[in-house]
Design a protein around this ligand. Structure first.
Ligand code: ITT
Length: 192
């Protein structure tokens, strides 16, 4: 089976591909000639995931899915949350976001945080959502070069390596995205 992944984030494509490849052929937006900027203007992760998948379904009428992810920091009342991609402003880099996060958390002792992914799948026009959550803590400095986004400062609970210090195969077995993708696989296997 083929599913279009409604993202322009190549890191997400690599991660999702590794989990889904035995079950689904994941097609990128490039493969269908879609270079549009997909709007994500909703106030929640669920809403943004749904907005992204519907944008592609409405325009191309293909089965597809989208991933919206947020880093929710307990001491910052859940920020950056739904604004994780543009926390340091429009057009910012991953590094800008990390710098802003570390500055916002300076002197804060409670460093608990979680990543939350919602995958919105549209099959034959009907939407289904799958959530994945991983808890951890925010370090005071960056460690590691793997992964993307906030990975160098996120230490998952029960591990002594950040997501940026571990191979993708390990990140995928414990991460927000990996867990949401596993739920998607179970769904696809039982519904197709
Ligand atoms: P698409 O909307 O095109 O899928 P995006 O990068 O804008 O790509 P999100 O709206 O879901 O994706 O933004 C989430 C941001 O959170 C993302 O830009 C990263 O900075 C961060 N992020 C998402 N997943 C992450 C992960 O697995 N590890 C570290 N940071 C992550």
């Amino acid at each position: 089976m083929k599913l279009i992944f409604a993202t322009h984030n190549k890191h997400k494509v690599e991660e999702i591909n590794q989990v889904l490849q035995s079950v689904v052929q994941v097609m990128s937006l490039d493969a269908i000639g879609c270079f549009d900027e997909i709007p994500e203007t909703q106030a929640t992760i669920e809403g943004n995931a749904s907005q992204k998948s519907h944008f592609i379904y409405d325009k191309y009428h293909v089965d597809c899915f989208a991933d919206d992810t947020g880093l929710e920091v307990f001491a910052l009342d859940g920020a950056p949350g739904v604004y994780s991609a543009r926390y340091a402003g429009e057009g910012c880099t991953f590094d800008d976001n990390i710098k802003k996060l570390l500055a916002a958390m300076q002197g804060i002792e409670n460093r608990e945080a979680r990543f939350r992914t919602v995958i919105s799948l549209i099959l034959e026009g009907k939407e289904y959502q799958f959530e994945g959550v991983v808890e951890g803590t925010i370090l005071t400095e960056e460690r590691g070069v793997e992964g993307f986004g906030y990975d160098p400062v996120f230490l998952p609970k029960g591990y002594d390596k950040t997501f940026a210090e571990m191979p993708l195969s390990l990140k995928n077995t414990i991460s927000h995205r990996g867990l949401a993708a596993e739920k998607l696989i179970v769904f696809l296997k039982t519904h197709l």
